[in-house]
Design a protein around this ligand. Structure first.
Ligand SMILES: *[C@@H]1O[C@H](CO)[C@@H](O)[C@H](O)[C@H]1NC(C)=O
Ligand SMILES: *[C@@H]1O[C@H](CO)[C@@H](O)[C@H](O)[C@H]1NC(C)=O
Length: 162
């Protein structure tokens, strides 16, 4: 009786394994078949100049490190933010399911919350840099489709509401 019971038990495990197998294979097939996921990446370099752009001295233009960069959308609502690294580069990643590309390009802008005087005391200590956004293109990284967005061009405003 005990033997019969454990046999039934083993059979039950076997059936469960067989039933489970196609699901695992289907999942694997889905990944191999290419379930592409999209991600929005806003990336750019900020220079330590009055307009935040590269200067007449080209690549020797000093960059703006440790600058707080905010992504502001409708009514100045801060959607995301990042800080520039020692190369003056910031990167903001967004899920396109939560932030639509069209509304991002039309209704949002980048605002640098850190005053320019923090990278060069000769530059203004009030006001700051802002830039609209532009679509650059796509980069495929395995199954990740990166939608690249960059600042369209920074400008200085003496009265930025940050
Ligand atoms: C460009 O470089 C020269 C020589 O180093 C310097 O004197 C000048 O101030 C620089 N100009 C700017 C806008 O940084
Ligand atoms: C700054 O960030 C960029 C983009 O993530 C990266 O490529 C670069 O290496 C970083 N620079 C430093 C000095 O960490």
């Amino acid at each position: 009786m005990a033997l019969k019971k454990s046999l039934v038990c083993v059979m039950g495990v076997l059936v469960a394994a067989i039933v489970a197998a196609p699901i695992a294979e289907a999942q694997l097939g889905g990944i191999i078949g290419g379930v592409l996921s999209n991600i929005l990446r806003i990336q750019g370099t900020i220079f330590c100049t009055l307009n935040g752009r590269i200067g007449v001295n080209g690549t020797s233009t000093p960059v703006f490190p440790n600058a707080l960069v905010q992504l502001q959308c409708a009514n100045g609502n801060v959607v995301s933010s990042a800080t520039t690294n020692s190369s003056g580069i910031f990167s903001i990643l967004l899920d396109p399911l939560t932030v639509l590309l069209t509304s991002l390009l039309q209704g949002c802008r980048l605002v640098v919350g850190t005053p320019l005087s923090s990278c060069n005391s000769a530059l203004p200590s009030t006001g700051g840099l802002f830039s609209p956004l532009q679509l650059i293109g796509n980069t495929l990284l395995g199954l990740l489709n990166i939608i690249n967005i960059a600042p369209a061009g920074f400008l200085f405003s003496p009265n930025l509401n940050v």
